[in-house]
Design a protein around this ligand. Sequence first.
Ligand SMILES: N[C@H](CCC[C@H](N)C(=O)O)C(=O)O
Length: 292
Amino acid sequence: MKLNFTKMQGAGNDYIYIDCRAAGLPPDAAAWAVQLSRRHFSVGADGVIYLCPPLRADGDAAMRMFNADGSEGVMCGNGVRCAAEFLYTHGVRRDCIRIDTPSAGQRVLHRVGDGLWQVEMGRFTAAPDAVGAVGLGGGPLLDVPLCAGGRAWRVHCVAVGNPHCVLFTHEPPPAGAELAAWGRALGHHPAFPGGINVEFAQPISPTGLAVTVWERGSGATLACGTGACAVAAAAVLTGRCPRGAPILVQLPGGTLEVCVQRDDTVLLTGDAAATFSGTVLIQPCKAPRGVV
Ligand SMILES: N[C@H](CCC[C@H](N)C(=O)O)C(=O)O
C-alpha cells in the first residue's frame, strides 16, 4: 500500500510525519516506523510521528511517536515542534497550538518566529526506572555512580516525559564510534530496565552547553529536545547554569534554547521545518532491525 508522508526536522532530529487525524493510529504503526525509518532502504529517519485525533476537547491533534526500532516514546521535544509546524501548514493556522499525548499530557506551543516554536514541556522529574538510587525528595537522581563500557561514571537521571541519563564532561562530548559505544553501554545498563536516553554535556559558558546524544530506540541522533531539557535541568540542579535564564544547548544538528523555570517547568525553543513530502510504498514486514 502507498502512504503519504512529510519529512521534517528540528535541530536535525528527523522524523517522518503521517497525518492520521481522520483515520486514527494505524494498527501497524510500530512496524511501519521500523520499515520507514531505515536509512538507505526507505525514507530514513530517527522515527515516525503519527498525528492523530485530539484526546482533549481543546486539543488540536494528538501525537504518537515511534523510534526507529518501533518502540514508542512518551514525548518528543523536537517532534512536537515539527508537529505544530505541520498543523500550522495543514489547517490549524494559529500561533498557539495544543498537542495531546497519551501519557505526557497536553503540550502548548507558541509560534515565536517563522518556523520557530516555543513549547511548554511541563515539569522535570526523576527518571522513573533508575534502580537502587534515591532521588532528592522524589526529584531527579543526581550524581549516581555507574559502571558502563569499562568506565566509572557519575550520572544525573532526569525525566522530561522521557527518561534521560546526563553526564557532564570537561572535554568536548564524544562523537562517532565512541558516542555509539558509550551510549549503548549506558542506555542498556541494567539500572535502567526500560532503557534510557544518554546525553554527554560539556559546559562551554555559564549559560551554554555542548551536547551529544544517544537515543534509546534510535541510536546517535543530531539532537534531542527532551534531552536538551534534561541536560539544562541537571545543569541548574548541580549549579552549573542559572535557573530562570535562557540556556543554549548546542547539539550536532543545531542549537536549542531551554529555560528551567522556578517551578521546575521547562520551556524549549527551537526550529521546525519540513524538508520534503512524498508517497512511500509499504512492504509486508519481514526482516526485523537489529537492536541499536
Ligand atoms: N528525540 C526526541 C525524544 C525521543 C525519545 C525516545 N528516544 C525515547 O525516549 O524512547 C526529543 O526530541 O525529545
